[in-house]
Write a protein that binds this ligand. Structure first.
Ligand SMILES: [Zn+2]
Ligand SMILES: [Zn+2]
Length: 102
């Protein structure tokens, strides 16, 4: 059996870019992609489904016709990490990272 990483629930909230992560995505059978696994920062596990196409996300991206943009995953581990700003609607540690669509 693989050891389950311990969720670091007492880690303080921080807007922490984690960069690209090698997290495998699975499909939900309906064209969407599913992230499922631990947050690389707080080790809390969660799963989230992303639609196949994300409309209107052209901000800062200069490439044309690129349909394989990495998915930006935001930690949604379900724990209120200390210091989380009220404006943040997602409950997590504030880490975010990119996962390549494959
Ligand atoms: Zn986290
Ligand atoms: Zn967490």
């Amino acid at each position: 059996m693989m050891a389950t990483p311990r969720h670091r629930k007492r880690l303080g909230w921080e807007n922490a870019p984690m960069g690209p992560q090698q997290t495998p995505l699975t499909t939900d059978g309906d064209g969407g992609l599913v992230f499922s696994g631990p947050c690389p920062r707080c080790m809390g596990t969660f799963s989230r489904t992303y639609p196949a196409a994300i409309p209107g996300s052209t901000k800062g991206v200069g490439s044309s016709g690129g349909s394989a943009k990495p998915i930006r995953v935001l930690c949604e581990c379900g724990v209120r990490h200390a210091g989380r700003p009220d404006v943040e609607k997602e409950v997590g540690c504030g880490a975010h990272w990119q996962v390549d669509r494959s």
